[in-house]
Design a protein around this ligand. Sequence first.
Ligand code: XMP
Ligand code: MG
Length: 178
Amino acid sequence: MDPDIDRIIFTQQEIERCTDRIARQINADYANESVIVISVLKGSVLFFSDIVKKLTVPCEMDFIAISSYGNTASSGKPQLKKDIDADICGKNVIIIEDILDTGKTLKSLCDLLKRRNPKTLKICVLLDKKVKKACEISADYTGFEVEDAFVVGYGLDYAQKYRNLPYIGALKEEIWKK
Ligand code: XMP
Ligand code: MG
């Protein structure tokens, strides 16, 4: 285990079973349909790639980048940094995001994409943090509920580090309180 990690919260095996389950749900929900899956950069890339490999429904992949955070604390209004290429009007869309925390990031992303009139818009998150949401938002597909700790690994970072860890762990307090 990485020395900066206090404890492993979800193992590689648990994550593997979780992406199996979510891909099966998506395949069932979109049978006979096609879907545009949008990865929210950078945190969702590992989760996104594990899920899309398991999709059997016709899909297009796209990427969006939005920033609302410094290292650990919300800096208020999310900013669009990179837009998708696809025209989503009349299409089924699934946003794939790493973590639903206060909900501000996903709420602003959903509002932005809804204005483009997709046929359907769903949210898939790896983690749903057990904290009070700042707005009315919930995920349609959730990997795991997670305690209110600062978590890293499997795409999630602290100051751009730890994204490559194959598991999800809580970062030692002494690292993020420095
Ligand atoms: P909100 O509060 O807008 O936050 O729902 C979502 C975004 O904040 C980041 N975030 C985290 N990143 N470990 C991380 O590595 C965490 O525990 C954590 N909590 C929030 C994340 O980028 C997400 O998109
Ligand atoms: Mg993110």
